[in-house]
Design a binder for this molecule. Structure first.
Ligand code: ASP
Length: 419
């Protein structure tokens, strides 16, 4: 999937992420000056959060169906797709674990002492884990869509996607409809994100007015943790897999990913980076054309390790900020929803933030937590998008090697020059 709209920075004027940071800084200043009176600005933020909520169900539904139906059903595709999905899931699990561990050890949300508006916290007992699992299968998918039960929606979307693949030709018209709906939802996401600077301004003014300037310190810790997690994921998990499973030089891998990683870092869109990712795979890392053109678009759609890591860290951060005690089952739900949410995240700027609202809602954490994360989301998006792309490349190298469609000489001579 190649999304032109994904290249977020507007040609004219200030780029969106800069506007968001300005909104955040202005919000903090206004909040610091006006104190609790700044709460009058909160509706602007509520408007933004509502607009985000509006996107979740249709975005996840369409984007997942498109992701699944992009898997073609020939035997080889099936085999490669299977390997890819196993690797995607394993690396996503590693990423979430790193994120959760870092957030649990370094407690970034400590001292924020926030309270949710409705007073609704997780305190009410979570259902037993087995019940959560059983509930994933919707008795009535329309009801699941209407009531916004996201796990059920994801499950139904996956099933529908698989069935569409299985009926082949007959699925064409429906798949086309979902493809254009998904495109429209990406566009709508981009439009809603234009509201972000105002939303963040209103929310930060309210947050800073209510809680004071000490809200800023945990944000710095949060940024550092997400960056450290991303670095661990690339340097240890990906390089380790390349070395141990692939028997290849991790240094060459790291050299080969420089270009697409840099593009991902600046555009914060793995879909937008896709051409550069494919180019690096084929011209630097020795991946064959068929494998690059199948595994990488699929990865850009469903493999988002950086996003999963970020969602893990942020969910724990929000729980800590609002003083919500998480039980073991909550951690499992976070792992599960972050995995599914990362699968359903579109490779466009800021999509992970929208999916974070899904994780928070599923775990029962207050959505106000989004307000704090939204202000610094671009900075986090840069790191997580790079990891998303590096993960896809790692998987493509491994599968290419496994399928004996690998140019080892090219891999050994990875050219470092930034093209
Ligand atoms: N921007 C990310 C990407 O394109 C998705 C996200 O927001 O997490 O990969």
């Amino acid at each position: 999937m190649n999304n032109e709209n994904a290249k977020a920075p507007d040609k004219k004027g200030i780029a969106l992420w800069q506007q968001i940071i300005i909104g955040m800084v202005l919000g903090v200043i206004v909040g610091a000056i006006f104190g609790s009176d700044a709460a009058v600005l909160k509706p602007i933020g509520t408007l933004f959060i509502n607009a985000i909520k509006m996107l979740i169900i249709p975005l996840v539904f369409c984007s997942l169906i498109v992701g699944v139906t992009s898997l073609q059903d020939t035997a080889k595709m099936g085999r490669i797709g299977f390997q890819a999905i196993i690797l995607y899931l394993l690396t996503t699990a590693a990423a979430i674990s790193i994120g959760l561990l870092l957030a649990i050890i370094f407690v970034p949300g400590e001292g924020l002492n926030m309270t949710a508006e409705g007073g609704a916290t997780l305190a009410k007992e979570a259902p037993p884990f087995i019940q959560t699992l059983l509930n994933i299968v919707p008795k009535n998918p329309i009801n699941a869509l209407a009531s916004g039960n996201i796990l059920q929606v994801i499950f139904f979307a996956l099933c529908l996607g698989i069935s569409l693949v299985l009926i082949g030709e007959k699925a064409k018209p429906v798949v086309t409809v979902f493809e254009s709906l998904a495109e429209a939802m990406y566009k709508l996401t981009a439009l809603v994100m234009k509201l972000a600077p105002f939303g963040v301004f209103g929310l930060m003014a309210w947050v800073a007015g209510k809680y004071g300037l000490q809200v800023l310190l945990p944000l710095i810790v949060l940024i550092v943790l997400v960056y450290v997690g991303c670095i661990i994921q690339v340097l240890f998990v990906y390089s380790g897999i390349i070395k141990i499973i692939g028997g290849l030089s991790p240094i060459r891998y790291l050299q080969g990913i420089v270009n697409p990683a840099a593009i991902a870092f600046t555009t914060t869109s793995s879909s937008g980076t896709l051409p550069a990712t494919i180019k690096a795979a084929r011209e630097e890392l020795g991946v064959s054309k068929p494998i690059a053109s199948f595994v990488l678009p699929l990865g850009a759609t469903i493999n988002m390790d950086g996003t999963a890591l970020y969602q893990g860290v942020c969910a724990i951060f929000v729980a800590q900020a609002f003083g919500v005690d998480l039980a073991m089952t909550d951690y499992l739900v976070i792992i599960m929803t972050s995995t599914l949410a990362s699968v359903g995240t579109a490779g466009v700027p800021g999509a992970g933030l929208i999916m974070l609202s899904l994780v928070l809602t599923t775990v029962g954490l207050p959505l106000e937590g989004l307000a704090i994360v939204a202000g610094i989301d671009r900075i986090l998006d840069m790191a997580r998008t790079s990891v998303n792309v590096c993960g896809d490349l790692m998987v493509s190298v491994l599968i290419s090697k496994n399928e004996k469609e690998f140019d080892a000489t090219m891999y050994q001579n990875v050219n470092r020059s930034i093209a």
